[in-house]
Design a binder for this molecule. Sequence first.
Ligand code: SF4
Length: 383
Amino acid sequence: MAVPVAQAWTVATYVLKQKLKGRKRYPLVLMLEPLFRCNLACAGCGKIQYPAHILKAELTPEECFRAVEECGTPMVSIPGGEPLLHPRMPEIVQGLVDRKKYVYMCTNALLLKEKLHLFKPSKYLSFSVHVDGEREHHDFGVCREGGYDIAMEGVRAAVAAGFRVTTNTTLFDGADPHSVRRHFDQLMDAGVDSMMVSPGYTYDKAPDQKHFLGRARSRRLFRALLSNRKKRWQFNASPMFLEFLMGKRELTCTPWGMPTFSIFGWQKPCYLLQDGYADTFQELMDEVEWSNYGTESGNPRCANCMVHSGYEASGVNYTFGSLKGFVATAKAFFNWQYKDDDAAKLLNDWQPTSHGPLVQIGTPVISKASAIENHDTTAVVGS
Ligand code: SF4
């Protein structure tokens, strides 16, 4: 099953409690960024372009636990940077598991195989491995030849060791739905529990600005991709969010649904934009002028955004917000295949576009000691 029953029950009761309390805005998943350092430098990433002293900084386990307790979400996603470069990550993960939080530790899996022994399998822990597509596509996206093979080796090792493994695929312009559908098969063959898929966001700091999808193109791509689904594909996303991507439903962004905490504090207003920071979660909720964000606000930075961190919580909120939402979600479970002849034709007629040669980009400058400690032979080493 895409999301285990115990987790689905925890989330459903949490959301219903928020509704009963009359909370209009509530967080669902904490995006905990304990560091920005990474051992890759993906062309579409907007998180690693900081100066060296920021890339060296890390949250302590105590700061991570305080953030989780402050916002009270039942789920915690740990993106970055690459969380496995944090020397105290096993302690952070165990502390969250002990608090009965459902943890998704996002990783590019370059270090997963060698660090697996530092973690214990638990129903509360999933490794969410970043794999952007088939071998050539993934290596292009992460600007690293061989990145796909190492990531898939990490996936298989984690599955064999009894961990729950999910994947995280970000699609950019030029993505070929035939190839992504083959990629889904390969991930399920490798034994992953479920897959998450989302369009990328146009980070203004990202080195590659040409390959971000606009809304109309996103919908076209996701309709071709997610219609006429295979039964074996399991998705780690709410059915309403997937329908939104396919253009079957409108959702408005809930930027507070996945609040972000990092070394800078609580990021305003969402995981993607940086319009300042708040010292406390309450301050974040009180100070942000939420009507200035989301596609309907007219904010140009939100115009093309359809990302998981902005709209997954919207999908969950829609499901539990009304009888209509609940019925729509129930229908989605029965209509899991999304049979659609026009979408099949769209897929058949799809013309793949070439993304050009792979460009290997230097990884961010980190300390020599840290690079040696993490067996990171790719790092651009600074003092
Ligand atoms: S639409 Fe996207 S960029 Fe804008 S607030 Fe929502 S998640 Fe952030």
